[in-house]
Design a protein around this ligand. Structure first.
Ligand code: ADP
Ligand code: ASP
Ligand code: MG
Length: 403
């Protein structure tokens, strides 16, 4: 078999853990498999590099950030390859560029456009273990780019897809996908399987155990994806097609996203095209707008509220302020002390009352809901950040997910 193994930050958090990873990779190779390893930076390393840049500048150039941040993954790829060589393996470390990962130009959140797996393939053919620095690629100009936080998951899945690997294993610090973040609710239960669509919702709604784009790509390329722990041999969670799951539960999980901010636009000129103008500009700046609410107000103006990830807030502010200056909007305000809790499950498609239960759970706990959005398989609610954990635990209880 050809297996792609990705190890996250905690799994390569110190030298002993890198040795532990080398042992696992070595064992897989000795079982007779071809192995491509994708590594993250050592835990805390990427944040440290970000803080170094922020020491000099509030808004460092994104191209420079990519040069800087891509270094973290190169360190671990090199060290792991050295450790494997010392164990007698033929291993080779490579950057995203050498692995053939070509992206668009959006520095710090680039999208993978193409993978040319020739170099990886020829190294595998020579019997080598290929160790790739995750999270990075190269754009058409030859500049290094990064794939957004948590992007090593995407590197792994994209490589697995390009090489038509039999399996892509994501090794992390929890033993699989749980009904909710086990750090918030210790009663959370590990799922044996979950569908791509549910996982995509959970990941997009804050469950950072997998980066959302990696799940999207796994679904598109039909990658066999397993999440498991690097600290034991415990079986993990298979992320697969819905039809491979015999008994889909009504609700699969609860997600929490603390990284959301609310933008309120007051006195927006009520003319056709205004929403299109505002949201097209935000989209062009790659601001990820989520929930949108528009209220009809008096005197020919309306109020619009929407949420964005905290990381996109400063870009969003610049754009919104330009509309205020042009007199299209009277005033704007921002609130970062909010969070989004979501209930996800494919079973919602065929059952009623799931949303009602979420709302009554909030009511029973005296938690005010500020915004609501729903899709076929999820219900999301924006609430005050201080109620985040209470909301997650109460919902977990209400839907009896510990059973
Ligand atoms: P890595 O560094 O290996 O990429 P991450 O920190 O990105 O790991 O993701 C793993 C973390 O995701 C876990 O420690 C856990 O706290 C969190 N998490 C959030 N939601 C879930 C969930 N539903 N199931 C499992 N882990 C979750
Ligand atoms: N090191 C990067 C981050 O911390 C990418 C990753 O770990 O997946 O976001
Ligand atoms: Mg991660």
């Amino acid at each position: 078999m050809l297996i792609v193994q990705k190890f996250g930050g905690t799994s390569v958090g110190d030298l002993e853990r890198i040795q532990n990873v080398a042992n696992r990779v070595s064992a897989t190779k000795k079982e007779g498999h071809d192995v491509v390893v994708v590594v993250s930076a050592m835990s805390g390393e990427t944040n440290k590099l970000v803080s170094f840049a922020e020491h000099f500048s509030k808004e460092p150039a994104r191209a420079e950030m990519d040069m800087l941040l891509s270094a973290g993954e190169r360190v671990t790829a090199s060290l792991l390859s050295i450790a494997l060589q010392e164990m007698g393996h033929d291993a080779t470390a490579m950057t995203g560029r050498k692995a053939g990962i070509v992206t668009d130009k959006h520095h710090t959140k680039a999208r993978i456009e193409d993978i040319n797996p020739d170099t990886m393939q020829s190294q595998l053919k020579e019997g080598k273990i290929v160790v790739v620095a995750g999270f990075q690629g190269v754009n058409s100009q030859g500049d290094v780019t990064t794939l957004g936080r948590g992007g090593s998951d995407l590197s792994a899945v994209a490589i697995a897809g390009a090489l038509k690997a039999d399996l892509c294993e994501i090794y992390t610090d929890v033993s699989g996908i749980f009904t909710t973040d086990p750090r918030i609710e210790p009663k959370a239960k590990k799922l044996a399987k979950i569908s791509y669509d549910e996982m995509l919702e959970l990941a997009s709604l804050g469950a950072k155990v997998l980066q959302n784009r990696s799940v999207e790509m796994a679904k598109k390329l039909n990658v066999n994806l397993v999440t498991r722990t690097s600290f034991s041999d415990e079986e993990g969670t298979l992320i697969t097609k819905e039809e491979n799951i015999m008994e889909a539960p009504l609700v699969s999980g609860i997600a929490l996203d603390r990284n959301q901010a609310r933008i309120s636009l007051l006195g927006v000129k009520d003319r056709p095209g205004i929403a299109s103008d505002i949201f097209n500009k935000l989209a062009a700046a790659e601001v990820n707008v989520d929930m949108i609410i528009q209220n009809k107000a008096v005197d020919e103006t309306t109020n619009i509220d929407f949420t964005v990830p905290v990381g996109d807030l400063s870009d969003a502010k610049t754009i919104v302020d330009s509309f205020v200056q042009e007199g299209e909007i009277n005033a704007d305000s921002y609130n970062e002390d909010i969070c989004k809790v979501s209930v996800v499950g494919v079973g919602m498609r065929s059952h009623t009352g799931v949303a009602a239960k979420a709302f009554s759970t909030m009511a029973d706990n005296n938690i005010n809901i500020n915004m609501i959005s729903t899709s076929e398989i999820k219900i999301s609610m924006v609430i005050d950040e201080k109620y985040a954990e209470l909301a997650v635990r109460s919902l977990h209880d209400s839907y009896e997910l510990e059973k």
